[in-house]
Design a protein around this ligand. Sequence first.
Ligand SMILES: Nc1ncnc2c1ncn2[C@@H]1O[C@H](COP(=O)(O)OP(=O)(O)O)[C@@H](O)[C@H]1O
Ligand SMILES: [Mg+2]
Length: 286
Amino acid sequence: MKPNEITQRDIENWTRCTPMKQQCHPVEDIAAQAISDGIDVSDAHQLFETIAAKSRLADLGEQSSALAHELRQPLFSISVANENLRMMLGRCDITKPQLDKAIARIAQQVERAQTIIDRTLAYASGNSRGEVSADIGLAASNAVEFLRPLFETADIEIDDHGAHVHANVSLCQVETEQVFVNILRNAAESIESRRESGWQGAGHIAIRIALHEGAVRCVVSDNGAGLSGDTARAVFQPFFTTKPRVGTGLGLHICRRVLEKAGGVVTLVPDETEGARVEIELPLGG
Ligand SMILES: Nc1ncnc2c1ncn2[C@@H]1O[C@H](COP(=O)(O)OP(=O)(O)O)[C@@H](O)[C@H]1O
Ligand SMILES: [Mg+2]
């Protein structure tokens, strides 16, 4: 078992999630901080939506190589299938079912490319078509796929075998994916930061989702640099960051705001062994 692997017992012995009341921070937090930073804010909700949209666009900017990588695969398959088809047409022993099969292969790959583009555009625009139901397991795996090139470049192993649980929660799919993108990106950044201080171990992130008494519990753990108790208490405050050059300090704040809409709670704690773990609890619904 890997040092930061999450067991079923961890999910069941869920003690760290503090009650919603204590976790609640109004959206005005973000406006208050913005005002104290000299930004004129007349509508806090509008401000939050703007920040969330900007965060998604920043993700996309950074992830343009991921999009290129994802689209390359179906395009390559289409060109191979097209070449096969061309060769088949030059032969006289080819049957109609064989031709149909080759054409279907191309259509399948076009559909796959279309899905990738739709998913990316939906993520960029935050367009959820009014849905209030998200599949949390699907959101986790879409986020992993979205970030996969980043994990490959950074040589980080992702264990999402424990995340293949289909459970609906009262959120929109894109927002739920954004929660996982933020959390997974933080985990990867923490592993990179540990490496910058000389650590040479294998980077590892695990996602586990389980159902528990009408709620869904999700743990994302990493073996990165970890964090102190003081830092853990501050991480959900808007603009709190320990990444001087690159941090916005908004990722976790956005996560908490999104999850609270569905009655959820989220905590970030140092792991007992190494690294850190994010724990999410959401009522089933949607
Ligand atoms: N997996 C993690 N391990 C250690 N620290 C973390 C982790 N995730 C978040 N943090 C801490 O929480 C802070 C706030 O995170 P976030 O709101 O995403 O903003 P940012 O990533 O821009 O700093 C980070 O700067 C970091 O100190
Ligand atoms: Mg972040």
